[in-house]
Design a binder for this molecule. Sequence first.
Ligand SMILES: [Zn+2]
Ligand SMILES: [Zn+2]
Length: 185
Amino acid sequence: MIMLKQQCEQCNTPYGDLHRAGEDRLFACKDCGREACERCVEHEPSGPQTWFLRCSHCRGYSLEQRNLSERFSSYSSLSELKESRYAIAMLFVPKSVYSKRNETLIREAIPGLQEFNPSFFLLNENETSIRNAISGWFPSIGNPREATGNGAVIWFNAGQPVSILHGGPYLTELEILERSRTDWF
Ligand SMILES: [Zn+2]
Ligand SMILES: [Zn+2]
């Protein structure tokens, strides 16, 4: 197995963080072999609308673009999720403030749910198959046509979706704890 890098070699940002932020472009330098994220590549102006990209390590110009999402994903599939006894899943969209906010809340709530030892999954709301599944289970909240970006939270019991909170800016850690206990006891 090839060991793939887990973070940008220039700024040490974990690839998981870049992927969550929707920054999927990586650049590999053919001269020095370094790989860097988009933030770390130098943009050298060569006209009003165009830039040369340059390696910030050796300053070479031979950069090859790679796509982070082809080899790394923050997301889980629905079939993976069904293997857990107790699971919380959140609909995630890069650049959505609600996704970010609610993910943090859930991660903070999980240590308070030790009796269930729940698994936590992020689902890609930009994926049609995910949106279709959610709106099939919860027609009042899911939207098959486009991502809501609300960071909705779904509870699963033995692989079955049992309830959902629509997310948004008002979700609290207490609600996450209470809903978990109601759904799982
Ligand atoms: Zn970087
Ligand atoms: Zn280089």
